[in-house]
Write a protein that binds this ligand. Sequence first.
Ligand code: FNR
Length: 342
Amino acid sequence: MDQRHAHRKDEHVFIAEKQFNPQSNNGLDQIRILPNNLPEIAIEEVDYSTSIAGKKSDIPFFINAMSGGSPSTTKLNQKLALAAKQTGLAMATGSQSIAVKFPDASTSFQIVRDTMPNGFVIGNLGAGNDLYAAKKAVKMISADALEIHLNAIQEIIMPEGDRNFYWREKIADIVANVDVPVIIKEVGFGISPATLKKLKEINVRFVDLSGYGGTNFAKIENQRLHTENFDCLNDFGMNIAECLIASKPYANDFSFTASGGIRNALDIVKCLCLGADNVGISGLFLHTVLKEDVTGLVKQIEDLKHQVKSIMTILGCHNISELRKVHTILSKDLLNFKNQIY
Ligand code: FNR
């Protein structure tokens, strides 16, 4: 295993946890849902099944990409996968780039598939990788889908990061030729409408908007004892509320995942109301598994499942399509953003 890479993976986990803020500013407080005082529904009637990367999923949220590539993140992957298995959640691994280059690192990701042999497992690679790497990553863990992350901001801050961002052709090749659905995602800076237009042109169908406000890779990289300080990018990006509003014109072109600073069941419901088909959670689940181990994470996931259903019940919504019709009120700032973005 490449030691420098493994060390970076450990640092990401360590700093992400140190910076974790349960009150993350994901923008969703700027959206209000009004009460439905006559819901005329019973909780047993609520069906929140949905799709992730076009495949049926019984639960509308999942454990998003974080871990793998070092001995301690292998253990973390195993714990996350155990919780995913016990609760029926889908789970994405962290970037498999290391294991594509150094096959002895594969076990760090295969442990997820071994732990949840019948579960929904999503692989993950950086956007600089080619079709050969993508096929290898999928095969490595018998992935049901593959995430490709766009992380130009993170890379440019890292001294050892990419400086060449010709990614589009490689993504197009992967989307066209890999035999599982491909989700293009950010890592917490948000995906803009101009980028969606480009992704549509290369036939991308699944996008994780991954907005600003939760785990912050500008701050994480700035903490990693670099000689050059890029603090000016610490507050750069679009939050998930902004991303979802900005992506509305593309509602028929993509199936959206919402992620970035998701804190609770109401956040999940708001994202579904705003058009997401499913919701990805990283920082919150990382914090829980580190503090309360698998048992604590399983309890948190079960509580979230129950609470999402409960909120759908008080809104009188039988399913996610009905949630989409719920009236939402935007704050002045968000309305201003909406008026300028289209
Ligand atoms: C991440 N994230 C991430 N994303 C990705 O596509 N590949 C990766 O390898 C990683 N690695 C990673 C490590 C750690 C420790 C964290 C916390 C996160 C980004 C993640 O999938 C997500 O897009 C962002 O973290 C925003 O969501 P949260 O954390 O605010 O819920």
